[in-house]
Design a protein around this ligand. Structure first.
Ligand code: PEP
Ligand code: MN
Length: 347
């Protein structure tokens, strides 16, 4: 018999420890990936399906061929829905529109942006406090001050916050300020960061590495799920190609392909995907038409003055126009709901 992988769901109130012992006796390696509400066990070896299924601890066994078993559609047929905040989710028809500046630059900038994107119908606010910059001499972000400003913008608007985490050491400090922790393209294979995020119970937005294949990207997502955090949202943000007219080549093939390979929600970043604000509206609509579960779009009160990524940022009016088109498009797509209308201002 060939060595295979299977995902085993235990019955509620049955001991996963006992199951692990039995599998060990059969020569099958097994590890618990998640314990609540029932254990999800990843087993590897010569899986005797009939014998394992007959064990009293076992509720379900699924053999998986993909190199990213927990991420795969083979294991979980239904679209995963990731809860961001009360009443706001992404996946399974729930469309999440995240907008905001590349970097948090100051109070007025972030609060005004939050109010404007909310009025236009965005679901969540983005803004980098820790910026991964190609040059060490470029603006590195406001750090802790930026996080506090994001929390202020959330208080003013009720919008959940999406912000990038660059190192495992920053996670605990960032948790009170972030509703979604973003892993940037340059960190997609920062395995210690991915492992640490596996232990967190907040959603993670995993951007595709600019030179990563889809299999590498989905295996990066597997790192987070293998640690026990099943709240993973994928983000296609463009890959490097020979084309120099655009900053990246936005790989929209990834949307339907990832949907067939994985149950995880996938959103698209047309800002980094193109590098040009004038291309953002068309590529946003194309992404949603291709089946994306949402967008993350850079918006700045005055893109010409932005400290980073001004060329690809929309101003408030341009974003407002985009949202009108997004709403029109979603209204003719069966089963799609624009999230966010339910978010309220904190007391
Ligand atoms: C960003 O979102 O501002 C960013 C740095 O994106 P990426 O990691 O996709 O380059
Ligand atoms: Mn940016």
């Amino acid at each position: 018999m060939q060595a295979t992988r299977a995902i085993i769901k235990t019955k509620k109130d049955e001991s996963a420890g006992k199951l692990l012992m039995k599998l060990d006796q059969m020569g099958v390696t097994a590890r618990i990936t998640k314990n609540e509400p029932e254990a999800i066990v990843l087993a590897e070896g010569q899986i005797d399906e009939g014998e394992i299924k007959s064990m009293p601890e076992v509720a379900q066994l699924t053999k998986v061929k993909a190199p990213f078993p927990l991420v795969s559609r083979e294991w979980s047929k239904k679209d995963s829905i990731v809860e961001i905040a009360p009443g706001i989710a992404v996946g399974g028809g729930n469309v999440l529109i995240i907008a905001g500046p590349c970097a948090v630059e100051g109070e007025e900038q972030i609060v005004k942006t939050a109010q404007s994107i909310k009025d236009s119908g965005a679901t969540a606010l983005r803004g980098g406090a820790y910026k991964p910059r190609t040059s060490p001499y470029s603006f590195q972000g406001l750090g802790a001050e930026g996080l506090a400003l994001l929390s202020g913008a959330k208080k003013a608007t009720g919008l959940p916050i999406v912000t990038e985490v660059m190192t495992p050491e920053d996670i605990d400090f960032m948790l009170p300020h972030a509703d979604i922790l973003q892993v940037g393209s340059r960190n997609m294979q920062n395995f210690s960061l991915l492992k640490a995020l596996g232990k967190v119970d907040k959603p993670v937005l995993l951007k595709r590495g600019m030179m990563a294949t889809i299999d590498e990207w989905l295996q990066a997502a597997e790192y987070i799920m293998a640690g026990g955090n099943f709240n993973v949202i994928l983000c296609e943000r463009g890959i490097r190609s020979f084309e120099k007219r655009t900053r990246n080549t936005l790989d929209l093939n990834a949307v339907p392909l990832v949907k067939s390979l994985s149950h995880l929600p996938i959103i698209v970043d047309p800002s980094h995907g193109t590098g040009k604000s004038e291309l953002v509206p068309s590529m946003s609509l194309a992404a949603l038409a291709a089946g994306a579960d949402g967008l993350i779009v850079e918006v700045h009160p005055n893109p010409k003055e932005a400290v980073s990524d001004g060329d690809q940022s929309l101003d408030f009016e341009q974003f407002g126009d985009l949202m009108k088109s997004v709403k029109r498009l979603l209204s003719i797509m069966p089963g799609k709901v624009l999230e966010g209308s339910k978010c309220s201002v904190a007391a």
